[in-house]
Design a protein around this ligand. Structure first.
Ligand code: FES
Length: 56
């Protein structure tokens, strides 16, 4: 599913970035060559990163 509508970032991309070391939404987006715009997705992206790093 799409997490960030502004950047068309999918949940899978966030999880991949988290596994590669991104610990915050902004670093995950930067790793994908994007950056947060409206900010609506940030709390959801943070939850995804937390769940990914918790299971790593
Ligand atoms: S939905 Fe991610 S910055 Fe707008």
């Amino acid at each position: 599913m799409v997490v960030c509508v502004c950047n068309a970032i999918r949940e899978k991309e966030i999880r991949d970035a988290a596994r590669k070391g991104a610990q915050t939404p902004s670093t995950a987006y930067a790793a994908l060559g994007r950056r947060a715009r409206c900010g609506q997705c940030v709390s959801f992206a943070r939850q995804i990163i937390q769940s990914e790093t918790a299971t790593a």
